[in-house]
Design a protein around this ligand. Structure first.
Ligand SMILES: [Zn+2]
Length: 556
């Protein structure tokens, strides 16, 4: 008999007859078919290849932005970011000029898949799914994600930590991992090896957890694909962009880490057994890093929508020379040097390097808001949407995949927290962090995109794969949105799908006889979401996590 697990303040004895999960979910952060399908076909990833042969799979459309935190949140809730409240790695601020700090699981509003499964009396095991700090109680167990500050308990229940050995949530990101750096080779080999070990330990921990604490649904996310693809996309997909110097040792180290991810799939699928339905998914895919930066704030200033203070270099000199040190922090700021906030109707900041938030300086919302609600507000939004959608670079290339009013892409109780407009770049274009400051100091709309060592960035096309007794083994299938996974998992567990979940059940992957015997059921009953409570604990802890996310290119 397995030891009891504590959940929601009560102890749940593992007395059920369950010994194996009936649904196994394996998340591969950042994985896409463009990279993995050829490798699977070449038998470089034999476990993935065998799942493809006995499964149904296709593209999984990520959230806007195609970013880890909002995307896994949409996986967990079956809702778009407007329905759960997580848009980015930081908290958005639609009513103030400064930041509101890092987003965490406290910003994720449920119910989550884990809440719904738990409320039905079934048990879940959830490992490393972001955001899962602060931890929230589940009927089963949870291991926290990469937002967990060092030294903080990272499992629910806490005593589980002792069973995991020297578990690594996420490997420290290497500094200066740039090919021109003399230590590049050493750092690259070390990083790939560390991610391989992290993957192997995670696999061993998951196999232990599945045996020692049987659950009905088990879910784990592996971070290694995302991490390697940020740094080494040019090696992994050399047909895109500038080919790197050939280096067999680095290539072998990367291949070994992907092989460890494939071994993880093999080990977990074997442990779950033939009766489990397996779901493989990613939160987004990958593409090459942007080649050029587009300066949205420069465009807004040129359009007269953003009022820039004249003579900013002189203003800064005066402030630096004339003011006592103690006053400088207050006056040497963006708003005092570069932006005349009171006369500004709109500005942009960076959610991720391919997605910009554009804020309209709405009266009644911001302290100095100057755009009246109703027709004036809509006129500003229309002008920006039309202008940016029509924007072409000097060579005639389209810059934005789309520029959306928030209500065009988001719905639900948290839409008010969304930017007034969201601009998604075409893959060749990107926006830099600290874009207000950096865009306004330049006179031209376009510049080179050179950010710390990354050769790959996110793409909206992630992947899904289903295999198991309920699944029709027909190979490639249609695209589904990431919001479709939670309702499909509930259906595979024999549970009714809450109507509040937005994504359609992935019905095309199901066998005809399964569908005939198990029609998809829906329910209007809403499970109460268990909200995460507690916060970073200290400014230092939050700063440590911010530093880690910066190292991954996810923060400014
Ligand atoms: Zn991700």
């Amino acid at each position: 008999m397995a030891p009891p697990c504590r959940a929601a303040g009560r102890t749940i004895e593992t007395t059920s007859l369950v010994t194996k999960p009936s649904v196994l979910m394996v998340g591969l952060d950042g994985a896409g078919w463009r990279l993995l399908e050829p490798w699977a076909r070449a038998k470089r990833l034999p476990h993935l290849a065998s799942l493809m042969e006995r499964g149904a799979w296709g593209a999984l459309r990520s959230t806007i932005p195609a970013l880890t935190l909002p995307a896994w949140s949409s996986f967990m809730t079956g809702r778009n970011p407007g329905g759960h409240g997580v848009y980015a790695f930081r908290r958005l601020a639609p009513d103030r000029y400064d930041g509101r700090g890092l987003a965490s699981a406290a910003d994720l509003h449920g119910p989550t898949l884990w809440d719904v499964i738990g409320a039905a009396g079934r048990r879940v095991g959830v490992v490393n799914v972001p955001p899962s700090y602060p931890l929230r109680p589940v009927n089963g167990f949870m291991v926290g994600c990469m937002l967990t500050p060092p030294g903080v308990a990272f499992t629910h229940p806490p005593e589980l930590t002792g069973e995991l050995g020297d578990y690594v949530i996420d490997t420290k990101t290497p500094r200066d991992l740039r090919p021109e750096n003399p230590v590049f080779r050493t750092r690259a080999l070390e990083y790939a090896a560390a991610l391989r070990r992290q993957t192997e330990r995670r696999t061993a921990a998951c196999v232990h957890l599945m045996r020692a604490h049987p659950v009905d649904a088990f879910c784990v996310v592996f971070y290694a694909p995302d991490r390697l693809q940020h740094y080494f996309w040019n090696r992994l997909q050399p047909e895109e962009g500038v080919r790197p110097e050939p280096d067999q040792e680095i290539d072998a180290a990367l291949a070994a880490t992907y092989a460890a991810v494939d071994d993880a799939i093999g080990a977990l699928v074997a442990e779950a057994g033939p009766q489990a339905n397996v779901v493989l998914l990613s939160d987004h895919g990958f593409t090459h890093s942007p080649r050029r930066s587009v300066r949205i704030n420069r465009w807004l200033a040129d359009a007269g929508l953003l009022a820039q203070r004249p003579l900013w270099t002189l203003r800064r000199k005066v402030i630096r020379k004339a003011l006592p040190k103690t006053w400088r922090a207050r006056y040497d700021t963006l708003d005092h040097i570069l932006v005349n906030r009171a006369r500004t109707q709109a500005w942009s900041d960076t959610i991720f390097t391919n997605t910009a938030a554009i804020w309209v300086h709405a009266a009644g919302r911001y302290p100095l808001g100057c755009v009246a609600p109703g027709a004036p507000y809509e006129a500003v939004r229309d002008r920006i949407k039309t202008g940016l959608e029509a924007l072409r670079d000097e060579g005639g290339a389209r810059v934005f995949r789309g520029v959306f009013r928030r209500e065009e892409i988001y719905s639900g109780p948290y839409v008010d927290a969304a930017p007034d407009l969201v601009a998604e770049c075409e893959p060749d274009f990107g926006i830099v962090y600290e874009s207000l400051r950096r865009d306004l100091r330049e006179r031209t709309l376009f510049g080179p995109f050179r950010e710390e060592g990354y050769t790959g960035t996110h793409d909206p096309e992630g992947l899904y794969l289903f295999a198991g007794p309920a699944i029709d083994a027909h190979g490639r299938d249609r695209e589904y949105p990431i919001e479709s996974i939670a309702p499909t998992v509930l259906h595979l567990l024999g549970l009714a799908v809450p109507r509040s979940m937005e994504g359609p059940v992935c019905a095309s992957v199901l066998r005809a006889d399964h569908r005939a015997a198990h029609p998809i059921e829906y329910t209007d009953v809403e499970t109460a979401g268990v909200e995460a409570t507690g916060e970073w604990g200290s400014a230092e802890a939050e700063a440590q996590i911010a530093e880690h996310l910066k190292g991954l290119g996810y923060m400014e």
